[in-house]
Design a protein around this ligand. Sequence first.
Ligand SMILES: C[S@@+](CC[C@H](N)C(=O)[O-])C[C@H]1O[C@@H](n2cnc3c(N)ncnc32)[C@H](O)[C@@H]1O
Length: 208
Amino acid sequence: MRWWSERVVPRINDSSLGSVEVGELRDRACAGLRGTVVELGFGSGLNIGHYPAEVTSVVAVEPSDVHWARSQDARASSPVPVTRAGSDAAHLTQPDASADGVLSSFSLCVIPEIESAMREVVRVLKPGGSFHFVEHGLSPDLRVQTWQRRLQPLNGALQDGCHITRPIADLVSATTLDVEQIDTFYLPGPAFTRPMACITLGRARKTS
Ligand SMILES: C[S@@+](CC[C@H](N)C(=O)[O-])C[C@H]1O[C@@H](n2cnc3c(N)ncnc32)[C@H](O)[C@@H]1O
C-alpha cells in the first residue's frame, strides 16, 4: 500500500483538488485570513496563490514528505514565507494563542484524531483569531448519507484513510469557537457524485 499512498494518492488529490472550481472555493475559504496562519495538511501547497495579501507567514503542518516535496515549486514561487512545523494536526507544535488564523482545506477528512485536532485549533489561535475551512463530509440528506456510509470503506481504503462521513459543521460547532459563517452545498455534477461532493465551507472565531 505504500506505493499507492506515495505515488497514486497525491496525484489523485492534486488532480481532483487542483481544478479552477475548487480554486474558487479556496479563495472563499482563505478570504479574511491575515498574519500568521497555521495550515493543517498543507499537501502540495494548492492554497498558495489564494492567501490574501494580509497573510504574512504560513506554518505548514504536513506528515507526508511526498506531499511536502510536491509543494516545492509552489513554495518557491510563494509571495508568503512557508515553513514546515509539525506533522500531526492533533499534536500541534505551536504555542498557545500564537496564530492569527488556522486554515484547513480537505484535511479534516483524513486526520485520524479529529477531536484532538479541533481542540488544537482552539488552543493555538489567538483571541480574535479565526479558523477557516473548506472540507468535504457528511451530507445533510439522509439518502446521500446512506450512500456515503456504504462507500466509506472503499473510499477510506483507496484514499489513505479519507472519510466522507465526517460531520464537518458539527465538529466545528462542538468547539468553543463562534461560528460566523457556514455553508453546505454540493459541487456541480450528476446526483450520483453527491456522496463525494458535499462541501462545507466557513469560518469560526475564537472570542476569548
Ligand atoms: C486530501 S489532502 C489535502 C491537501 C491540501 N490541504 C489541499 O487542500 O490540497 C490531505 C492532507 O492532509 C495530510 N494529513 C494527513 N494526516 C494528517 C494529520 N494527522 N495532520 C495534518 N495533516 C495530515 C495529508 O498528508 C495530505 O497532505
